[in-house]
Design a protein around this ligand. Structure first.
Ligand code: NAD
Length: 335
């Protein structure tokens, strides 16, 4: 169903999800990755840079002139650049305005000015706010509670306005929590890094405690990054409306306590214990329990391969290999 040759432009393409998307896009045609490398790494897309199937423009999407010049002549823009950590907005309150709302405006404006008509936006389930209701795409009754979520909702609204006013076609994908290899942030990676630090600092035989924010009962949908990248392209290939909005997540959830247990089991410190800081959420703005219904993608025929628990188990094994090295990968076989 995909076009014979697609010239793709991926803002944030050297990051976690972006690099997995680039892995797939290079099979469709030339790819330009536009990334300021604030978080992303050229190593994530190294094989494609070396084969010449992708090029990297190291630049910031806040620079509209540079962005315009770089995306000229492409068929589609995939926009994945953002502040990746919702809680960073608590310390730096302009971060999501700039890296979320303004960067998304620039991406859309550059498309308008350069005549690139197709635009794909990475959004998030945080747009549904603090509700325990299972949210389908039409359930925007509760507003976001973090600056990150607010910037995602603003980005979606901007995309909708550009579709209506300037004839763009847009696909908005609201992801659950995405996990997997080349992860750049998130609970699993954070726990594994803290266990590695404890391993190097702790005198032999001393008890190790992994601190987990909240009571551990926070639960969210976890999406494996391979399902994420496949789902984005599935929607892009098949949804034909001017504006296409999809949840992209498994319908179930996994708890933070479960992730912490899996990380400990995958580490060289399987005797480590967990200490919960308490409270129902990790930080102000964190939605403690969320569920997404991927009903529109299901109606198109897309199913994720991994439900939340499988996605997390697989991702912890993959990330443990990256954090601790190959020999420890065996630890998850019994899980
Ligand atoms: N990872 C998740 O769980 C998750 C969940 C929901 C939504 N999302 C969204 O998906 C997208 C990708 O997330 P990710 O997890 O791959 O994060 P990431 O940080 O790994 O990737 C983002 C990339 O954008 C680049 N970038 C950031 N600001 C930029 C700027 N101003 N100009 C140019 N490049 C810039 C970074 O260097 C990085 O390579 C983001 O929009 C994020 O909000 C992620």
């Amino acid at each position: 169903m995909s076009e014979p040759t697609l010239r793709s432009f991926v803002i944030g393409g050297a990051g976690f999800i972006g690099s997995h998307l680039v892995d797939r896009l290079v099979g469709r045609g030339p790819v330009t990755v536009y990334d300021n490398l604030s978080v992303g790494k050229p190593d994530f897309i190294r094989p494609h840079l070396e084969s010449g199937r992708a090029v990297l423009v190291e630049a910031d999407a806040l620079d509209l002139d540079r962005l315009r010049a770089a995306l000229r002549g492409h068929d589609v823009v995939f926009h994945l650049a953002a502040n990746p950590e919702a809680r960073w907005g608590l310390e730096r309150t302009r971060l999501d305005l700039e890296q979320g709302t303004i960067v998304t405006f620039h991406a859309l404006e550059a498309c308008r000015l350069e005549g690139v008509r197709r635009f794909v936006l990475a959004s998030s389930g945080t747009v549904y706010g603090d509700t325990e209701r299972v949210c389908g795409e039409g359930d925007l009754g509760v507003l976001p509670i973090s600056l990150y979520g607010a910037s995602k909702l603003a980005g979606e609204a901007l995309a909708s306005a550009f579709v209506e006013c300037f004839g763009l076609q847009a696909w908005i994908l609201r992801f659950g929590n995405v996990v997997g290899p080349r992860g750049t942030h998130g609970a699993a990676l954070d726990f594994l890094h803290r266990l590695r630090t404890a391993m190097s600092r702790q005198p032999a035989g001393e008890k190790v405690e992994l601190e987990v924010l909240g009571d551990g009962r926070q639960s969210k949908p976890y999406l494996h990054v391979s399902d994420c990248a496949d789902g984005i392209l599935y929607a892009f290939d098949r949804a034909t409306a001017p504006l296409n909005v999809f949840n992209l997540a498994p319908p179930d959830t996994t708890s933070v306590a479960r992730i912490a247990e899996l990380c400990i089991a995958a580490s060289p410190l399987p005797q480590a214990t967990i200490r919960y800081t308490g409270g129902d959420r990790g930080w102000p703005g964190d939605v403690p329990r969320s569920r997404l219904s991927p009903e529109r993608l299901s109606a198109l025929g897309f199913r994720v391969r991994q439900k939340s628990d499988e996605a997390v188990r697989l991702a912890v094994a993959e990330l443990a290999r990256e954090v601790f090295g190959e020999p420890l990968a065996h630890r998850l076989r019994f899980e």
